[in-house]
Design a protein around this ligand. Structure first.
Ligand SMILES: C[S@@+](CC[C@H](N)C(=O)[O-])C[C@H]1O[C@@H](n2cnc3c(N)ncnc32)[C@H](O)[C@@H]1O
Length: 297
């Protein structure tokens, strides 16, 4: 994928997916083989003691489930801005490549971990973190993202493929409400992003970033004062009704932002915070409200 990608169209995404899934790698792999043969010949001709060359990854080299291509610095910064990453955060980059996202997060004062399948990339990331002076906060483990526990992350970053994002989606949705997920180029299917940005001209390929915030799970029936609140949930979007004094009021503008909930019923606006089986807040008439999950519903 060498041409500029500055749009968010399906065709651009498809081209990026083809590139990342390695279908265009043949030519690059042949060039790499020729280059390796040349380097081997030069090695044979060399006089003096052999010096081990430092590992240099090549863009589009194969990876376990997706090739390696680094995110641009501009897009990494855009993703960390969207996540509002700060020193209190713990970022995990799934498929961390040469470590650029983890190291940039650590430079912002956060603790960060990269999970990467390729051991050479893990070793390179550790050297890069040392050089950047952030090794105390940036660590890397060799592992498979689909067999790793990253549930304690407060921010998860991805530059994978949509199909891999979709495989990860149930795990991501089970994380603590409020956890931010940021992704380079690839979305989460019908889980709509909360925020999208495209970086140009300081980014020339893979320039769209998405952010989602893990919503609390609230689907079901809740007791709200003397009333009954029925909630249906599709990711961060809610639908339902509030039954009060014999009347059934449909909910409008009902959404979650992590653990924060808001909805309007009968002209009254409710804003609050979900905490497991209870939620509470203040209505726009200044009255406090509290709801608890109805047993078994
Ligand atoms: C497109 S690169 C992104 C690298 C880095 N996150 C970035 O944004 O620059 C994807 C990375 O995922 C790694 N990878 C692929 N499948 C993996 C798996 N199952 N577990 C861990 N890493 C994997 C690849 O080796 C590659 O380094």
């Amino acid at each position: 994928m060498e041409q500029a990608v500055t749009t968010d169209t399906d065709s651009a995404r498809n081209q990026c997916a083809v590139a990342l899934s390695g279908a265009t790698r043949g030519g690059r792999l042949r060039r790499r083989a020729r280059r390796s043969a040349l380097l081997a010949t030069l090695g044979l001709l060399a006089t003096g003691p052999a010096v081990a060359a430092e590992y240099q990854p090549e863009p589009y080299q194969s990876g376990k489930d997706v090739v390696w291509v680094p995110s641009s610095e501009a897009l990494v910064n855009a993703m960390l801005d969207m996540a509002k990453l700060g020193p209190q955060d713990y970022l995990v980059d799934l498929g961390s490549g040469d470590g650029i996202t983890v190291i940039t997060a650590a430079r912002r004062g956060a603790r960060a971990l990269g999970i990467e399948f390729n051991p050479d990339l893990v070793a390179l990331s550790r050297r890069n973190a040392e050089k950047a002076g952030v090794a105390a906060r940036a660590s890397f483990v060799q592992g498979d993202i689909f067999a790793s526990d990253f549930s304690s992350a407060t921010v998860v970053s991805l530059f994978l493929l949509q199909e891999l994002n979709l495989r990860l989606r149930p795990t991501l949705l089970a994380m603590k409400p409020g956890t931010r997920i940021v992704s380079n180029t690839f979305d989460m299917g019908e889980w709509q992003p909360d925020e999208t940005t495209t970086r140009a001209p300081d980014c020339t390929s893979f320039c769209t970033a998405y952010r989602w915030t893990v919503p609390a799970q609230v689907a079901g029936t809740w007791r709200l004062g003397a009333g009954e609140l029925a909630l249906a949930q599709s990711f961060q979007v809610l639908d339902g009704s509030l039954e009060l004094g014999g009347g059934r009021l449909p909910l409008t503008d009902a959404r979650l932002d992590g653990a924060r909930i808001r909805f309007t019923a009968g002209g009254r606006r409710y804003v609050g915070e979900v905490d497991g089986d209870s939620m509470q807040g203040t209505a726009d008439d200044g009255r406090p409200w509290r709801a608890t999950r109805a047993p078994g519903r």
